[in-house]
Design a protein. Structure first.
Length: 477
């Protein structure tokens, strides 16, 4: 007899992507916390299982859980609403967590009538407490971090000791179904070793993890990485810390321990350009690092200052050169449509990317999150438009896009295509990547990427699928 789960956490159906999804780390952390509290948990990831609406509903119905939980960011409002509607008649209660539920906790229950409760902030504590409260007859106020209609709300304190948190419940999802654009081998998983970011970029959202930086110990980080290799067969990890290299001594300790234990894992991290040196990059490479992503944003210093990046082009060049010298691939996130730039001055960023010999660039239109300083400025100035201008790897077909003076939607579209074509369709870049991909065994997926970008640059496919760079959170810091 199959035991019915107490709760099923879901990632709902979405438009079919040419890229495989990455594991839903936030849901898996909550699943791990629920399991640690004694709950039976299932996860249905429609993206990984390639489920359409009917198949997704059938899976959730067959599980028969009395509670269904989901998560989502603000650009995914439409998907949140659709997913909640799909499961509403299949369960007793629907719970929403994540960035949108946290940023708009005072209005989200009105926005999504199919949702019964919100988990606000980091969910590992509030989610199990909510199930306890419901199981106890809803006596007294809801637990901290839980918002329910007509009841008082109290914020929850974020966890301080990240080493004490239960591990993500990776055993609940099909590891082999996931992938990542820049992976050098597979299977892959997602991973986080710290939370929070102390920097002050005007477009970045810190709704969930906040500004204070909290980090796991090096031993705890390596224990989990060793476990994902040994228990799940993972060979590549995407470390999605907002700034993995913030404390050099911790990075060194992690790398030295990975080397000492001979953990056979390739990994990618995200870093500020002022957080890496040649010596550190060489150590990271020995420990398995194969890719570093930098929040470049612009090749114009005035734009970096406007965005309050607190970094300069010289440091960018030095960091990129250090990674390249150590044999680590570099990815740059770049914003298009920054106030003060024009289509012509934006091309300086292309010159910068070519001159520094970055391996990959993601050029994205600028869509700051609600609650950020740049969002407030754009609202006050009337700079937002609902636009279908996207890049070849954007998740949304339409998005609220910043359109400052000197730009039109046609300018954005032309500039994006010129940037992508000017970077990716260079013979030298194509030859270098073909040689490297051949050595890595990633020639086929990267050839598909090249063909898709070429088609898009030439005016073809306008619908992308993947991570929306300008709508990312502080992982670009």
């Amino acid at each position: 007899m199959v035991t019915r789960p107490d709760v099923v956490l879901v990632r709902g159906p979405q438009k079919r992507s040419w890229l495989p999804p990455v594991p839903p780390l936030g849901l898996l952390y909550v699943a791990g916390a629920l399991e640690a509290s004694g709950r039976r948990v299932a996860v249905v990831d429609a993206a990984a299982e390639q489920l359409d609406d009917a198949a997704f509903r059938a899976r959730v119905k067959a599980l028969g859980a009395p509670v269904v939980g989901l998560s989502g960011m603000t650009p995914m409002r439409g998907r949140i609403s659709r997913t909640a509607a799909l499961v509403r008649d299949l369960t007793d209660r629907v719970v929403l967590g994540g960035v949108h539920a946290t940023r708009f906790s005072d209005t989200a229950l009105d926005e999504f009538p199919d949702v019964d409760a919100l988990v606000v902030g980091e969910g590992e504590g509030p989610a199990p407490a909510l199930l306890d409260w419901w199981g106890g007859g809803e006596s007294g106020a809801p637990p901290p971090g839980v918002r329910v209609r007509g009841r008082p709300f109290v914020e929850a304190s974020p966890p301080k000791d990240l080493d004490a948190l239960p591990r993500p419940a990776r055993h609940l999802v099909p590891t082999e179904a996931y992938g990542y654009l820049f992976q050098t081998r597979g299977p892959i998983t997602t991973f986080i070793s710290s939370r929070g970011c102390p920097f002050r970029c005007t477009f970045c959202d810190k709704t969930i993890s906040g500004s204070p930086w909290r980090a796991r110990s090096a031993d705890d980080v390596v224990d989990e990485l060793e476990d994902v290799v040994g228990r799940h067969g993972v060979r590549y990890a995407c470390i999605f810390d907002d700034n993995f290299t913030l404390r050099r001594s911790r990075v060194e300790a992690i790398c030295e321990e990975l080397i000492r234990r001979r953990v056979d894992l390739h990994w990618k991290c995200e870093a500020r350009v002022d957080g890496v040196t040649l010596d550190l990059c060489r150590l990271m490479k020995r420990a398995g690092c194969r890719t570093i992503a930098f929040g470049i944003e612009s090749g114009n210093q005035e734009s970096l200052d406007f965005l309050r990046k607190d970094q300069d082009l010289g440091k960018m060049r030095g960091a990129i050169a250090a990674a390249r010298s150590a044999g680590i691939e570099t990815v740059g996130y770049v914003l298009v449509g920054i106030p003060g730039e024009t289509p012509r001055t934006t091309l300086r960023t292309l010159d910068f990317a070519v001159q520094t010999e970055m391996d990959f660039i993601q050029f994205s239109t600028l869509s700051p999150f609600p609650g950020t300083d740049l969002y407030d400025l754009a609202q006050a100035e009337g700079w937002f438009v609902e636009s279908n201008v996207t890049n070849p790897v954007d998740a949304e077909e339409r998005r609220a896009t910043l359109l400052p003076p000197g730009w039109s939607e046609a300018d954005l579209d032309r500039t994006l295509r010129r940037l992508y074509g000017g970077f990716y369709l260079r013979p030298r870049w194509l030859a270098r990547q073909a040689w490297r991909a051949g050595r890595q065994g990633t020639l086929v997926p990267r050839a598909k990427l090249g063909l898709r970008v070429a088609k898009w640059c030439l005016g073809g496919d306008r619908v992308g699928a993947g991570r929306a760079g300008a709508a990312r959170s502080v992982s670009s810091a």
